[in-house]
Design a protein around this ligand. Structure first.
Ligand SMILES: Nc1ncnc2c1ncn2[C@@H]1O[C@H](COP(=O)(O)OP(=O)(O)O)[C@@H](O)[C@H]1O
Ligand SMILES: [Mg+2]
Length: 96
């Protein structure tokens, strides 16, 4: 399987400061892989505050994971070159 978009063991904590001991756990050890071989639709369902928007923003590269990685065609969104990042921004877009 060729992976188009992937969240690999992602944890995202939101804290209000360096010494905040009560960080919000928006995502915890979450993994999802979307195959690029055939077109598909993936729906993410959950109660309010369960992390759906954080996941979407993570897969768009707009949220930096605390642990784990978000990957596009196997490349970590936080480490890709400027050229690949530009191609990613063209290929992966939000439809409001
Ligand atoms: N930028 C942020 N700063 C602090 N906490 C946040 C931020 N974004 C989301 N959260 C918190 O992370 C959790 C998941 O939120 P969210 O991803 O918006 O869930 P959903 O979209 O499923 O309602 C919630 O507790 C929310 O308050
Ligand atoms: Mg939301």
């Amino acid at each position: 399987m060729t992976t188009l978009l992937e969240a690999r063991h992602v944890t995202k904590l939101f804290s209000s400061g360096l010494l905040d001991r009560h960080a919000t756990v928006a995502l915890e050890d979450f993994s999802l892989a979307i195959d690029s071989e055939r077109p598909s639709i993936t729906a993410v369902v959950g109660e309010s505050g369960s992390g759906k928007t954080t996941l979407a923003r993570l897969l768009l590269g707009l949220v930096v994971p605390t642990r784990g990685e978000a990957l596009y065609q196997g490349q970590d969104l936080q480490r890709m070159s400027h050229t690949v990042w530009r191609a990613f921004r063209r290929d992966v877009q939000v439809i409001f």
